[in-house]
Design a protein around this ligand. Structure first.
Ligand SMILES: Nc1ncnc2c1ncn2[C@@H]1O[C@H](COP(=O)(O)OP(=O)(O)O)[C@@H](O)[C@H]1O
Ligand SMILES: [Mg+2]
Length: 351
């Protein structure tokens, strides 16, 4: 067998092995280093390890040998571990290297403007000079692509190492389930597949250095929320609701769920709070008044902001440019910038 082909096969087999402690593949953890051939009949596989732990190494070695078995390699295989502290996943815990804050955006119901809020909050954070990424994890109705001007399929570039580059929209990094679908295609994902898909969005995307990674969750309290909470340490969740009672009840359930899985709730954003007549300027509370505030009080969490009901918010979404970017000086941008400015303090409360 040719050397490079052999090396590729070995690399692939080794990288697929799951680390016994971190429950992620050696490839994900970046532990495969190189292969050296020693004379005719000795192959040395070099693995980088963040920490010298003999017991773990024995465990990994056994697994690696198991994975190499089907290749029927000629001669002897030796597995060597070399310390590389820069890999240190235990230091970062259940975090993603390079990402400072991960915030999930949830709601009790669909249609309350969760995605619109996510897109505009991402835009506001970007305007404040932060490096921002967004995961559209709403598998049932992924719409962030569209909100940023990408309707339907988008081919993301791979880097040849099992990872993809996110889409870069004016400096905001984005991945969405919608990139894999035709515009009218429905998705049917089941529990375990969902967990896997979310995991890939977290760990197999080249996010680089980010100040904020926002995650637009599906509405309600399902599998995606749970697998997310198990996969990483979320720095917090934001609950989006509209002011009327029915929405608030569902939002309350969503809040309960986050508390149960030990995700701190950073606050509530009330969307479609108030309708300002574009002709006469008259303000009316279309749904009802102070719903967001009462939800916030009930859970002892802050009301981060109130976003008015405005045709322009909807239209700019339809046209693929969040209103915060389109009308930077406008009242909606002001509201989102104010929310963006509150985030660090709210996150710090739980650190
Ligand atoms: N503040 C708002 N004013 C006017 N329309 C809004 C506002 N927020 C959201 N919308 C519109 O409501 C609809 C649902 O919003 P969306 O963000 O997709 O909700 P969700 O993600 O919660 O399902 C979209 O058509 C969106 O443009
Ligand atoms: Mg949505």
């Amino acid at each position: 067998m040719e050397q490079t082909q052999l090396e590729n096969e070995i690399r692939q087999a080794v990288e697929g092995v799951e680390h016994p402690a971190f429950k992620r593949s050696l490839g994900d953890l970046g532990m495969y280093d190189r292969l050296e051939q020693d004379g005719e009949d000795v192959l040395r596989v070099f693995l980088k390890t963040p920490k010298q732990d003999r017991k773990q190494e024995i465990d990994i070695e056994a697994k690696v040998r198991g994975a190499l078995q089907p290749l029927q390699l000629p001669g002897k295989v030796k597995i060597r571990f070399e310390l590389d502290e820069s890999l240190a996943p235990e230091e970062t815990g259940n975090r993603i290297r390079g990402i400072k804050n991960i915030v999930a955006i949830g709601s009790g119901k669909g249609g309350v403007g969760k995605s619109t809020v996510t897109a505009n909050l991402a835009a506001a954070l970007k305007l404040r000079g932060h490096a921002v990424g967004v995961i559209d994890a709403d598998i049932y109705g992924p719409s962030l692509g569209k909100l940023f001007g990408f309707n339907g399929r988008v081919a993301l570039k791979g880097d040849g190492k099992n990872r993809i580059d996110p889409l870069d929209v004016n400096g905001i990094k984005l991945v969405s389930f919608s990139f894999m679908l035709n515009p009218d295609q429905a998705v049917v994902w089941r529990g375990p597949m969902l967990g896997k898909a979310v995991e890939q969005f977290l760990f197999q995307v080249n996010w680089g250095e980010l100040d904020y990674l926002l995650i637009d969750l599906p509405p309600g309290t399902g599998d995606v929320q749970l697998s997310l909470a198990q996969l990483i340490d979320l720095d917090g969740a934001i609950i989006v609701t509209t002011p009327q009672n029915v929405a608030l009840q569902d939002a309350g359930r969503a809040a309960h769920m986050f508390l149960e899985v030990k995700v701190p709730i950073l606050g509530v954003i009330e969307n479609m709070s108030l309708f300002v007549c574009p002709n006469c300027g008259h303000e009316s509370h279309v749904f009802s008044k102070n719903g967001g505030q009462s939800l916030a009080s009930r859970f002892k969490m802050p009301l981060l902001g109130e976003i008015p009901l405005l045709g322009d918010i909807m239209e700019s979404g339809e046209e693929g440019e969040p209103i915060v970017l389109r009308e930077r000086g406008g009242p909606v941008a002001q509201a989102f910038l104010a929310i963006a400015d509150k985030l660090p303090t709210e996150i710090d409360k739980y650190r």
